[in-house]
Write a protein that binds this ligand. Structure first.
Ligand code: HEM
Length: 189
């Protein structure tokens, strides 16, 4: 199963990113609004950069099967920046190479997988008084359908994978630009 292969091969990257995305503050309900802003800006610059590159590698039929528009997260992150009176960061020209469907599927695996943790993250943030007014449109993109949307994505990933190491390469590229983005937005401040 390609999903098991990806999970195993990217576990260390996930755990490193989780810690750089302030999981301890999130779970301790001590995350500040400023830190939340930095996390949102990190998600925004990565999605703004990579979503168009992923979509460009998918046929019209695959975009339809994925229900691409319902999964695109850049517009939600843009909305969430506005709702939190945060400036929209300038695009970062990360060096990524998404040149085939396999790499694009791997890249999307990371963005879709993040919705799983998103459910846990927003549950914890809702118990943090700093976020009493927040609706969390990005973390809550699929709401109660998160598990179902993940299963559907894994089914399409399994059916369309040609070369597993290319899929892994796409996933690793996204984790690496996330880690670079946290250095710009989260660590520095
Ligand atoms: C504070 C931050 C985070 C927490 C607490 C968190 C937590 C989780 C949890 C609980 C799962 C489900 C694991 C399972 O089913 O075994 C998960 C899966 C995943 N997360 Fe995170 N996550 C965080 C950040 C991220 C970020 C920033 C990304 C990437 C942008 C990410 C990407 C993924 C992926 C790809 C999976 C699917 C793994 C798989 O089952 O194949 N996570 N995360």
């Amino acid at each position: 199963m390609i999903a098991d292969f990806l999970k195993q091969e990217t576990k260390n990257l996930h755990d490193l990113l989780e810690s750089k995305m302030l999981v301890e503050h999130i779970m301790a309900r001590s995350l500040s609004r400023q830190q939340f802003g930095h996390i949102l800006q990190t998600h925004f610059v990565v999605h703004q950069h990579i979503e168009p590159k992923i979509k460009a590698m998918f046929s019209g039929e695959l975009q339809e099967r994925l229900k691409w528009d319902a999964r695109a997260k850049t517009p939600l992150l843009q909305q969430e920046l506005i709702e939190n009176q945060l400036s929209q960061p300038d695009p970062i020209d990360f060096e990524t190479h998404i040149n085939n469907t396999d790499q694009a599927l791997g890249a999307m695996y990371v963005l879709e997988g993040a919705t799983l943790g998103g459910q846990i993250i927003q549950r914890s943030l809702r118990m943090n008084s700093n976020f009493a007014e927040n609706k969390f449109p990005y973390y809550n993109i699929y709401g109660g359908d998160t598990g179902q949307k993940w299963k559907e994505f894994l089914g399409i990933l399994e059916e369309n994978t040609q070369i597993p190491k290319d899929v892994l390469n796409g996933a690793e590229q996204v984790y690496s630009i996330y880690l670079k983005a946290t250095d710009v937005f989260v660590e520095a401040k």
